[in-house]
Each structure stands twice: as C-alpha cells, then as structure tokens.
Design a protein around this ligand. Structure first.
Ligand code: TXE
Length: 481
C-alpha cells in the first residue's frame, strides 16, 4: 500500500504519531494508499522549519525565486502523465480532463507567478517639495495555504505559487480526500532545488491539521479554498488573531440564457458548465435560467446532449463524466436529488447512482441530472450541491431573472448568453458576483481578480491581487526639507 509522506524541512516523513488515514480511489471504492494522520505537533515542526528558512528565502533575489518556480513548472510538465493519472485515480475525474486542465494549469500557476513577481512594482506619492513617499512591499512571513479536493493540484499551486514568489515560507495542506498529487508535487519541489523548509506540506484531517494551521500564532495569513461552512470556522479562529485571510468559498452560480443568444454555443457550453468535473467546480452554472420563448427549444437541445454524456471508468479515454470524489459526497448529492423530488422537481434526466460493471463496479458514479419545475427559493435552488445536478427555470423579464440570480447567499460567478452587449453589460452591473462571463464560461486570464462576494468569500486571488495578499505594504515618507 503506497504511503504518502509529509514534506517538512525538505524531508519526507511520517506524522510524529506514525498514525495513518485511508485514502480511497473513488472509481473503485477501495482504499489504495495511506496518508499521515498529522496533528498540532506536526504543524509545530513544520512552522519551526518554515521560520528557519524565512530569512534566506525572503532575502533571496526575485530572479532566484523566479528561477526555482520555473524549475517546478517545467518538472510538472515533465511529469504530466504520472500527475494526471494520479489526479484521476485520487479524485475520480476523467484522465482526459486531468491531462487537459488540472495538470497544465498547475504548471501554468507556477510559471505565471515566476513571471509576475519579476514585473511587480509598488507606487510612490510626491507631496510637491514637502516630502516623497514610497511603498515598500515585504513578505508576510510564514503563511498557511489550505486547499480542497475538487481541483487538487490546480488549486494547491494557485495558492502556493504567489506565496513563494512574494518571499514567504509556506505551510500547505491539501484535502485529505485528494492528497496524492500534493505528495508528488513535494518531490518535484525537492528536485527543483526549492530550499528546505521554504515549503512544508502536512497531510491530515481538516479539523486537526487545517485547524492547527489556522490557529498557530506564527502563521500570519491564511489562504483557503473550500466550503462556506469551513470558511466560517476558519474566520472565527483567524480573525481574533488578526491574520490576513483569503477565503474562496462555495457558489450557486446562475447561467442566464436569453432568446437572442448564439443558441448552439449557449447549449454546448452550458453542458460543460453544468457537468465538467462531475459538477464539482465552484464556478459551475448549476441554475440555468432560460428566457421563456426559447425554454422548450433549449430544454430539448440541452437534454439531447446530456443524454449522450459518457459516464464511465475515468481512466478510459472516452469518459466525460467520472466518479464523484467520495462515497460521502455521492450520498450528499443523492440526498440533494431526493430533496429536489420532495420539493416538486421533475427529473428530466438522471437522478440516480450509476452502477458500472467491471473494474469500477463499486465506484461512486452519479448520472448527470437535469431537474425542472422548481421555485427559485427552494433548497435545491439555494444550496450548493457541488455535483452533476442542474435546474432549468424559465423567466420573462430582465429584472425578474436578476432577482432570481442574486437571490441566494452566494455571489461567486454568473454566465449571461445574449448577442445584445448593451443588455449584457447592464446585467453585469446588476449581478452580485465576483465574475461574470458573457457568451463564454471558464475563460480564465490569471491576471484578473478571482473570487466572490456575499458567502462566496473574502478577498481576491489572481495576478497582482495575490501578490498584494501575500505581502504587507509599508509607506515610507521622506522629508525634502
Ligand atoms: O471542503 P472543506 P470540502 C464546497 C462544496 C463541498 C464543500 C465541502 O460544497 O461540498 O465545500 O467540500 C480543510 N480548519 N466546495 O470537504 O471541508 C480540508 O481538510 C481548517 C467549494 O473539500 O471546506 C480541506 O483541505 N481547514 C470549494 C479544505 O479545508 C479545514 C471547493 C477544504 O475542505 C477545516 C471544494 C477546519 N476546521 C468544496 N475543515 C470551491 N469554492 O472551490 C476542513 N478543512
């Protein structure tokens, strides 16, 4: 049985208690590896090594840090096949998706911030002949990065790259549900020449290791992606300790389709925004609002494509829908479908677990599910399901659909389909969301601000926003007299 190890002070070690957690392959429903069941004392060990490494790393040149991050990016691409296969086995996502999206984006995250740090700058403010101010931006110190299971290496590196580029040392925790690529990444970092102690990866349960990171007095900033409920827990602990927090939380994103849209593109992209990664992307458009006059036409065309989606062994090249990430999560999604039926929803397609034959006979597969006939304020349209489940609802007027779209606790992303760009820009003004895609979905420029409003989070990741988060500004004012 493979044993995943912590990466602390450049060493690959077990937890101090030498206890283990089972790691399950969701496509076959069986334990296939073990991860360290770490706790506070393992975090203490990691913080000590991060503290020791901080001076040299933070005082290193930008070119040096950039070179190391680029070495890591190149090694991720060199190890693409192994990393993609590991990600597919650990998460249940199609291997094709891991190869096309997850692993290339992890490399891109490292390369992007290797470049961004070389082009970063800070401002000065002149007070005529009285004084000149300049802003110093210094690394914070030891920072914590906690990431979820849906896009494991993609979101893990999305936090670690800017933290390291800015000169911080890092205590990082991947989800205990999908730890494998974080472990392989730690070996890549060692091979890339990252100095010992600069990055420390500690595996284990969120309530133990994640909580230990959040409360540790020497970890001065927390960058977290995960559920809104967990985000609240983290904020409760970190806020009184005056830690900086970046919280990327849940979403319940509206996908708004007007009659004057590019119909074919709206339908085909909506299939992707509904079911990519088994609907386990915080940016998925799980509430589809369709202008009434094309409702039936859209429903028919959408269902025709959904029915063709291949739910299969994630390692098979033809698979479009893989396994959900765990048995617990599958049961959570199936429970949401049960609630939808109780609320009066009509299941147009799917709605049940799929039992495959052969290798994946015990895997956690759920059919892509399409539901109509629900009011916008029911639980199914209010709560994040985070699985292959979408609802279809008609609307008549713009102000009506704006009210529906904004009518949840979340505000992460929205998608709008219309050829009338004046209308689209008016919608973007009125939608309460951190990201609005117009006639596209998941088109990502890493320089842009990434994050949500309301219960979808606090702060923004991406580009200089991330480098600002991982540094503290000091204003220096020099008299000119
Ligand atoms: O997230 P969790 P999970 C949503 C989605 C999903 C729900 C839970 O609804 O069902 O969140 O998913 C660590 N202190 N999203 O279980 O529990 C945990 O170990 C510190 C949306 O993955 O929030 C893991 O490493 N850390 C999201 C990380 O937090 C704690 C993507 C995320 O775990 C902790 C994923 C604690 N008390 C899920 N408890 C998005 N916006 O992309 C857990 N953790």
């Amino acid at each position: 049985m493979d044993k995943i190890l912590n990466y602390i002070n450049g060493e690959f070690i077990e937890s101090l208690d030498k206890s283990w957690i089972n790691n399950v392959d969701p496509s076959i429903g069986k334990v296939y590896s073990l991860i360290p069941d770490s706790e506070d004392k393992d975090i203490e060990q990691a913080v000590q090594s991060a503290e020791l490494a901080f001076d040299n790393w933070s005082n290193s040149t930008i070119d040096y840090r950039s070179k190391i991050l680029n070495n890591i990016a190149k090694l991720i691409l060199t190890n693409m096949e192994d990393l993609a296969r590991a990600e597919s086995i650990d998460n249940g996502k199609p291997l094709r998706l891991a190869k096309k999206i997850d692993i290339p984006r992890a490399a891109k995250n490292m390369a992007f911030f290797a470049s961004a740090i070389k082009h970063d700058s800070s401002e000065s403010h002149q007070m005529n002949n009285i004084a000149i101010n300049y802003t110093l931006r210094k690394p914070i110190g030891v920072v914590g990065c906690i990431s979820p299971w849906n896009l494991p290496l993609y979101l893990f590196t999305w936090k670690i790259a800017p933290a390291l580029a800015a000169g911080n040392t890092v205590i990082a925790k991947p989800s205990e549900v999908t730890p494998m690529t974080a472990y392989l990444f730690s070996k890549i970092c060692k091979e890339a020449g990252l100095p010992d102690g600069v990055l420390n990866i500690v595996h284990g349960y969120g309530g133990k290791v994640g909580a230990a990171i959040t409360k540790h007095p020497k970890i001065k900033a927390i960058s977290f992606t995960g559920g809104t409920a967990t985000g609240k827990e983290i904020a409760k602990v970190a806020a009184p300790l005056f830690k900086k927090m970046s919280l990327e939380l849940g979403g319940k994103n509206p996908n708004i389709v007007f009659a004057d849209c590019d119909f074919e593109k709206a339908v085909s992209t909506s299939v992707l925004s509904s079911f990519s990664n088994q609907g386990q992307i915080c940016l998925c458009g799980s509430r589809i609002y369709i202008e009434r006059k094309i409702y039936d036409k859209f429903k028919e065309a959408f269902l025709k494509k959904v029915k063709k989606l291949v739910v299969q062994d994630p390692l098979s090249e033809s698979t479009q829908i893989g396994a959900l990430v765990s048995e617990d999560h599958m049961n959570k999604v199936l429970q949401h479908i049960k609630v939808a039926k109780e609320e009066g929803g009509v299941i147009l397609h799917g709605g049940e677990r799929i039992l495959l034959s052969g290798r994946c006979e015990n895997g956690f597969f759920v059919s892509p599910t399409v539901i109509e006939g629900l009011p916008h304020n029911c639980r199914t349209n209010q709560e994040e399901i985070f699985g292959p489940v979408v609802t279809l609802s008609p609307f008549d007027k713009e102000d009506e659909v704006i009210e529906y779209a904004n009518g949840t606790q979340y505000g992460l992303s929205s998608t709008v389909w219309t050829k009338d760009l004046a209308k689209a820009n008016k919608m973007a003004q009125e939608l309460k969301a951190g990201i609005v895609w117009i006639n596209c979905w998941l088109v990502r420029d890493l320089r842009t601000p990434f994050g949500g409003v309301k219960n979808s989070g606090v702060g923004r990741e991406g580009g200089y926003y991330a480098l600002q988060f991982f540094t503290e500004p000091t204003n220096v004012c020099i008299s000119l007299n």
